[in-house]
Design a binder for this molecule. Sequence first.
Ligand code: NI
Ligand code: MN
Length: 237
Amino acid sequence: MGNSNILTFYGHSAFQITTKKGLNIWIDPWLDNPEAPQGAKDDVKADLILITHGHGDHLGNCMDMATSSATEIVAIHEIQQYLLAKGFPNVTGMNIGGAYATKGVTVTMVHAIHSSSIQEGQDIFYGGEAAGFVVGLEDGTKIYHAGDTALFGDMAIIGNLYHPRVALVPIGDHYVMGPKEAAYACKLIDPKIIVPMHYGTFPVLTGTVGEFERQLKAHHIDAELVVLSPGTSLELN
Ligand code: NI
Ligand code: MN
């Protein structure tokens, strides 16, 4: 139990939210990413794991973390079916546009423009659509994890409808938005706090925080830019 909700970055698109009530939520927990802090996988406690899409850098270590029924995975229907077939005991499927209340929090699955599949050796399984999540914590704080996505106009609806306090936005370019698109996205979402993600993990993800900051200024966005290095946290009171 704490006085703050704590958002911890684990590199790439991997975040942990520890709520005031002590719930441990993970989003896209790829803890083997090259930027992950040492010991990231030690003593991981997960009550809830949210998966935005099936790509390996997002499904990540989910399957190591969810062997007990105490850990609930939430993902789009097709990924749920894949994980149930693998024998995971507690997997909830949902789809874009809907909300699901569990363990005192609300998970709304929102649109993302990206692809999705699950690769297993040479085989590729259909992963449904890629998605993002708006997570509503017990105290009403909302955090939007955009997943992997292009810029899209309906981010304005996500902003208007859910008013996320924090937006976690990909800026790495090539597979996702670059800094220019991500800054425009923030204009549409209009959060109070912006946390960049999905950059610098590989050389191909060329978008930088410096350029993102310039683009935010160019768009007169005065939300607070919080750059979390892997292993560091943001306290949300
Ligand atoms: Ni992806
Ligand atoms: Mn990705």
